[in-house]
Design a binder for this molecule. Structure first.
Ligand code: URA
Length: 244
């Protein structure tokens, strides 16, 4: 990797500033001052310091993306823009989204090359909470809410042919959106295909807008705009039980 690109992953400044810092001799590679931005370094082996502080090499990379609508949660796609295309400034090699959001769904998406974490978050056995903001065509009745919270038939079958109901969920009614459409916050503990849309269909409703607000301990940073991303903070990594 180019030295300026490596330094760029540490939020030290813009590419232009980093060039300037290098010119000023603030960076050493294996103890030797390096002033050229295009020098190649092996980030897993070389000891790279900035202002005398060793920049620890982290094996894995973790980004929070505010996925906008119109982008697919895949690493490649022949037709549509992918979530990886939105991380244009980063080295996206090996990164994958932790789970999928539909093309028209917005919100929190974790992108990482840490397969163990992806597995822990998505494993059906782990029942990681996911909270969605759901804008609906019709208000949910108390009866609909009870049914959705208890578990509904969304057409999935068990091996013996009986309906595989959704796991118990939680619904909190929120204020209507600007267009007066009903909004609920739905917490589910699994991640079946089109689950939220199919749950609402099961009670005769329709999802008009869907946004994921959280996944386990990770909450969408509302200072991000749709399409923006940032690295996870130390605190977020700790909450996810990631030790770097
Ligand atoms: N449920 C859905 O129906 N769609 C999503 O994108 C996520 C959950």
């Amino acid at each position: 990797m180019r030295l300026d690109k490596f330094l760029g992953t540490y939020d030290l400044g813009t590419r232009k500033q980093i060039k300037e810092y290098l010119k000023n001799g603030r960076c050493t590679v294996n103890g030797v001052v390096v002033t050229k931005p295009d020098v190649h370094v092996d980030e897993s082996k070389d000891e790279i310091s900035f202002d005398g502080i060793l920049l620890e090499y982290s094996k894995y990379h973790y980004y929070m993306l505010y996925k906008p609508a119109g982008v697919v949660s895949a690493t490649t796609d022949g037709r549509n823009e992918t979530v990886l295309d939105l991380l244009s400034e980063e080295n996206v090699k090996g990164l994958s989204p932790a789970g999928r959001l539909d093309i028209d769904t917005e919100g929190l998406l974790l992108l990482t090359d840490d397969g163990g974490l992806i597995h822990r978050l998505l494993s059906p056995k782990k029942h990681v909470d996911k909270v969605y903001e759901v804008h609906l065509a019709h208000e949910l009745s108390d009866n609909d809410i009870s049914k959705l919270e208890a578990g509904v038939n969304i057409g999935d079958l068990r091996d013996d042919g009986s309906p595989d109901l959704t796991l118990p969920a939680r619904i909190e009614v929120a204020s209507p959106d600007e267009e007066g459409r009903p909004v609920v916050l739905l917490t589910i503990h699994e991640g079946r295909f089109h689950q939220v849309k199919r749950m609402m269909e099961a009670v005769g409703n329709e999802v008009l807008f869907l946004k994921r607000l959280s996944m386990g301990p990770l909450k969408l940073d509302e200072s991000l705009s749709p399409g923006e991303y940032r690295k996870l903070t130390e605190e977020e990594l700790k909450a996810l039980n990631v030790s770097e």
